[in-house]
Structure formats: structure tokens, C-alpha cells
Write a protein that binds this ligand. Structure first.
Ligand code: COA
Length: 154
């Protein structure tokens, strides 16, 4: 197994990984976000973990966030935007290796904190974060309210 930085040659495998993790999002949106990440320079990165035959085992994306990140004390904060390991490679240290790569990237950009989030029902992700040294900071509930056009001026 080895972890490499995603580049323009790896867009096909990157897209497959994204579709596996975020299957509700259309491929066209993923392609746009991949392009944005590739163009983002120092502000975003993505890593692929591949087996000895070059088969993708998992991926992770990380970004620098300068807006407030719940529970963090510094800025910018490196944020783990997504991590996914294909089922047959789970519990072999793939996520651990990807997060180590993300940490190295974050430190090289001057960050002192790596933040992340996950659904409260995602027990495997909660276990992963705890095992890799993340501390839980906050649990939040998101709300939304449909707004009426009647509030517009004129
Ligand atoms: C969560 C996920 C990324 C873990 O990937 P992984 O490669 O299996 O994780 P690792 O093998 O590196 O695990 C490192 C440690 O995390 C913990 N861990 C990982 N998966 C676990 C699980 N299912 N149950 C309990 N502990 C787990 C263990 O302590 C493990 O160390 P160990 O195997 O030596 O006991 C993977 O299960 C996955 O892709 N899930 C679906 C997508 C997802 O939920 N992503 C996270 C959204 S934030």
C-alpha cells in the first residue's frame, strides 16, 4: 500500500472514490469539485491510497479553512473534508495512512489543528477518529427554514 497525492492523471479513480462516498451527488458536480481542488494550489489536497497493483483502496480530501471551525482554537485549520476506504480494504490501516498524509500536509502549511466531522450515527467513523487521536468537541444539529418571497423589497 502507498499513499500518493491526487493529480490530473488520477481523475477517473478520484471520481470513482467520490461517487462511492457521496453517491447522492451527480458525477458532473464531482468533476467540477475535483477541478476546483486541482486548481486550489496550497489550499486543498486529496490523497489516494493504492495497493501494490495500483488499485485504489481509499481516498481522503483535506482543505484549509479560515472561517470558524467548531471547537478549534487556531486559524487556518486543516479540515478533513472526506475519507473513504473500499469495503474489502477496511481494517487494514488505509484510513490511518491517509490521515497521516493529511496531517503531514497540514503541518507543512503551518496548521496546528486538524478538524473533522461525521454523522453522529456513523459508529465506524467515530471509532476511527477516536483511535487516531481526535477529541470530540461539539455535537450540533443543523436546521433550515424555507423562506417566503413575500419578504423581498418593493
Ligand atoms: C471509517 C473508514 C474510513 C475507516 O477506514 P479503515 O481503513 O477501515 O480504518 P483503519 O483500518 O485505518 O482503522 C484505524 C483504526 O480505527 C478504528 N476503526 C476503524 N474502523 C472501525 C470499525 N468499523 N469499528 C471499530 N473501530 C474501527 C480501529 O481502532 C482501527 O485500528 P485497528 O484496526 O488496529 O483496531 C471506513 O470504514 C469507511 O470508509 N467507511 C465508510 C465511509 C465513512 O464513513 N467515512 C467517514 C466519514 S467522516
Amino acid at each position: 500500500m502507498r499513499v500518493v497525492s491526487m493529480n490530473t492523471e488520477m481523475v477517473g479513480r478520484w471520481l470513482d472514490m467520490r461517487l462511492a462516498l457521496w453517491s447522492d451527488t451527480p458525477a458532473g458536480i464531482h468533476r467540477g469539485e475535483i477541478e476546483t481542488c486541482l486548481a486550489a494550489g496550497e489550499r486543498q489536497a486529496a490523497f489516494l491510497c493504492e495497493d501494490d497493483a495500483g488499485v485504489a483502496a481509499g481516498f481522503a480530501e483535506v482543505s484549509l479553512r479560515t472561517d470558524y471551525v467548531n471547537g478549534c482554537e487556531t486559524s487556518p485549520v486543516a479540515f478533513l473534508e472526506g475519507i473513504y476506504v473500499i469495503p474489502r480494504y477496511r481494517r487494514h490501516g488505509v484510513a490511518r495512512a491517509l490521515i497521516t498524509a493529511a496531517e503531514r500536509w497540514a503541518v507543512s502549511r503551518g496548521c496546528r489543528e486538524l478538524a473533522s466531522d461525521t454523522d453522529t450515527n456513523n459508529l465506524e467513523s467515530l471509532s476511527l477518529h477516536t483511535a487516531l487521536g481526535f477529541e470530540e468537541t461539539e455535537r450540533v444539529v443543523y436546521f433550515r427554514k424555507e423562506l417566503s418571497a413575500s419578504f423581498t423589497d418593493n
